[in-house]
Write a protein that binds this ligand. Structure first.
Ligand code: AMP
Length: 194
């Protein structure tokens, strides 16, 4: 399987958050640029979104932002990106972010991030795609998310296999390791069988 060339990052648009979350967004942007992986994200210049994009650009990386017109027009769009695509709807934005990315990474975020994370996970549950999804649990931020999914499973509303639709890791470094592993073939065909 090919290595990841473009990574979709879902993260918060709030700027009123702890430095540990901001630092994770910065580190992610820098590492993406250093590894030559394109950042695909929601195109905002605010919150962790802006921090991650700025860090990737400052390190010479390639960044594609995809933003719906109504958000672009209220001037939260980032105008220094490699590429800024403006869509007519949120749905079109989410579809393009999905299509343009080889894998997905979820940083801490708000309700929009939750929506995006659950959508990409449920699309995998429905076998609409088989791209890796990594949830980065900075400072335990996503523990309640994991507990909620476990609760859903415990109460019989989903099979335990849903827990393997996404991988939770504690740090940005671990996220890159998980991405490398996720893109390796699960089974090596025995000689003579292919
Ligand atoms: P948030 O996590 O709420 O700070 O939002 C992060 C990103 O999700 C931003 O790009 C928002 O435009 C987007 N977003 C916010 N609300 C929604 C929603 N209801 N559905 C999809 N995306 C959203």
């Amino acid at each position: 399987m090919a290595t990841v060339q473009s990574l979709c990052v879902y993260c918060g648009s709030s700027s009123r958050v702890a430095e540990s979350y901001r630092q994770a967004a910065r580190q992610l942007g820098e590492l993406l640029a250093r590894q030559g992986i394109e950042l695909v994200y929601g195109g905002g210049r605010i919150g962790l979104m802006g921090i991650c994009a700025d860090a990737a650009l400052a390190a010479g990386g390639r960044v594609t932002g995809i933003i719906p017109r109504h958000l672009h027009d209220v001037e939260v769009g980032h105008h220094g990106l490699t590429r800024l695509l403006v869509t007519e709807s949120m749905h079109e934005r989410k579809r393009l972010m999905f299509e343009m990315s080889d894998a997905f990474l979820v940083l801490p975020g708000g309700l929009g991030t939750l929506d995006e994370a659950f959508e990409i996970i449920t699309w995998r549950q429905l076998a609409l795609h088989d791209k890796p999804i990594i949830v980065v649990d900075i400072e335990g931020y996503w523990q309640p998310f994991q507990a909620l999914v476990q609760h859903v499973v415990d109460e019989g509303f989903a099979r335990p296999t849903v827990l393997s639709l996404f991988k939770v890791v504690p740090s940005i470094e671990a996220a890159f390791t998980a991405l490398e592993l996720a893109r390796e073939p699960a089974v090596t065909p025995a000689p003579g069988l292919v």
